[in-house]
Design a protein around this ligand. Structure first.
Ligand code: NAP
Ligand code: MG
Length: 496
């Protein structure tokens, strides 16, 4: 077998090894024997070099007209599109989700790139009358400076693109630290940036651990903005550092997303949605449907049919077109999910299907778990409160819509939520009362589109929204401009 490639950091337009001289392995979670490549185990010194390059490049990038910045991004969109299949295959190999989904992940990066590149010719501010004569008033967006992008492994190209593209169109330069589990998809994105001619130092790429690369980036004086997606625990830690340093930071964190199934729902539709929402990406989505709150009139029928669906899902290597659910990302995550399955049992929930590793010849070297369904779950149980991030979902009974909404709202998170109902009143009450960043009606909790705001309330975020035009608020600062052409001192607020 050919020796696996060693990938480098990208700093100031050069591919360079880490000063540590050390590397880490990227392996396939469907077959841990398969080594995909070696990546740089970087440290503070590499971070310093990358931030210096980003600071230098910022001087000219911020002055490059936004439509020109955007032209490079349109080229980037075309290039990613050309390589969609190759990038999707790399992604399935490094993180396990099925090929249909990794194609979707790459497509999301393409969509985001085209959508946000369009902002190069918009990025609207406001002009408004002044309260004084011969005075002009307007607001414009300005870039912030070198920005750190810190991303998770579950959407290895889509999530970086949600950050990278808006950062660049707004005129910021970036240092991108991808998740240790998925550096290849990040490399593919950065390499494409190089190939379309994004100037040296505008996009820098440093691989390595959260502790040795992520933390120094957050602390670095030269980094003016942190954009983070990942767990609530790590995000809150970043928030504390940024609070101390008074540094702008945007956080996208965990979720415990509910689907409410009402007695009047179309059950076939609800079953399709719950199966996709709970087990798509092996339940490893921040928006995964990890709670299914079912009104009691349809509880038995829904539960029986849902368990049948879960049992029949074909688990295996995501590169096999027949596979419906891939592996869990790594061994420690596999163990964490198994611990939660044990916790669910001990709490007295009924394990109706799943709960075990999938042990066939084909899955022997991978981290495969059965799709797992708990029933008789009460809202306070840990499996109904904590993010598990695996193929496990909890069915929670409710008497009526009011109780279902209270249960739905009753966790520390607030990312995505959903209701299945054929009653227009139920759907509008849910849209009004669910305290989440996203509410779906008659669709599961997953399926966000790039041109709408994305993010959540409570412990899911810190008040920002990615996606949509709202993402520009993360990656720019407002500047208000007053131009007085009266030729005399004029005072506002009627002061004479
Ligand atoms: P994670 O462990 O929090 O890691 C996220 C990123 O932060 C990784 O690049 C990680 O590096 C880095 N990191 C770890 N410790 C750090 C530190 N002390 N300082 C700075 N950076 C640090 O999350 P994950 O396991 O990769 O991803 C799963 C989590 O992401 C879930 O909770 C999920 O809900 C959440 N998520 C949220 C959204 C959303 O939009 N709301 C979307 C997707 C995922 P290493 O990889 O080297 O550890
Ligand atoms: Mg991997």
């Amino acid at each position: 077998m050919a020796k696996p490639e060693t990938y480098k950091n990208f700093i100031g337009g050069e591919w360079v090894g880490s000063v540590t001289g050390e590397t880490f392995e990227n392996r396939n979670p469907a077959n841990h024997d398969e080594l995909i490549g070696m990546f740089q185990a970087s440290n503070q010194e590499d971070v310093d070099a990358a931030v210096e390059a980003a600071s230098e490049a910022y001087k000219s990038w911020r002055l490059t007209p936004a439509p020109h910045r955007a032209e490079l991004l349109f080229d980037l969109g075309h290039l990613i599109n050309e390589r969609k299949e190759e990038f999707a295959r790399d992604m399935t190999r490094e993180m396990g989700k099925v090929l249909k989904e990794t194609r979707g992940d790459v497509q999301e990066a393409i969509d985001m790139t085209y959508y946000i590149a369009g902002e190069g010719r918009r990025m609207y501010g406001e002009t408004t009358p002044s309260e004084l004569p011969d005075k002009f008033a307007m607001s414009v967006r300005m870039p912030i400076g070198p920005t750190a992008l810190i991303t998770p492994w579950n959407f290895p190209m889509a999530i970086p693109s949600w950050k990278l593209i808006p950062a660049l169109v707004c005129g910021n330069t970036v240092v991108f630290k991808p998740a240790t589990d998925t550096p290849l998809s990040a490399y593919n994105l950065v390499k494409a940036c190089e190939e379309v001619g994004i100037p040296k130092g505008v996009v820098n790429f440093v691989t390595g651990s959260g502790r040795n690369v992520g933390q120094p980036l957050v602390e670095h004086d030269g980094v003016k903005l942190i954009s983070f997606t990942g767990s609530t625990t790590v995000g809150k830690g970043i928030s504390q550092v940024c609070g101390r340093l008074n540094k702008k930071h945007s956080l996208e964190m965990g979720g415990k997303n509910p689907i409410i199934v009402m007695d009047d729902a179309n059950l076939d539709l609800a079953l399709d949605g719950c199966t996709w929402g709970a087990f798509g990406t092996t339940g490893q989505r921040c928006t995964a449907s990890s709670r299914i709150i079912v009104q009691k009139g349809v509880l038995d029928e829904f539960t029986d049919r849902f368990v049948e669906r879960a049992k029949n899902l074909k688990v295996g290597d995501g590169l096999d077109p027949a596979t419906e659910m891939g592996p869990v990302i790594n061994k420690s995550q596999l163990q964490k999910v198994e611990e939660y399955i044990e916790i669910g049992r001990q709490e007295g929930a009924s394990l109706l299907t799943g709960g075990h590793r999938v042990e066939t010849e084909a899955t022997a070297s991978g981290f495969f778990l059965e799709p797992t369904v708990f029933a008789d779950v009460t809202p306070g149980m840990r499996i109904a409160q904590e993010e598990i991030f695996g193929p496990v979902t909890a069915i929670i009974p409710a008497d009526d819509l009011g109780e279902a909404v209270d249960i739905a709202n009753g966790t520390p998170y607030g990312l995505s939520s959903s209701i299945y109902t054929n009653d227009v009143r139920n759907s509008f009450v849910a849209m009004r009362d669910l305290f989440f960043g996203i509410v779906y009606v008659n669709a599961p909790t997953i399926g966000a589109e790039v041109h709408l705001p994305f993010g959540g309330t409570q412990d899911t975020g810190n008040g920002h929204r990615e996606g949509g035009s709202t993402v520009l608020d993360v990656f720019s600062e407002w500047k208000t401009l007053y131009v007085d052409y009266s030729g005399r001192l004029q005072k506002a607020q009627q002061i004479d």
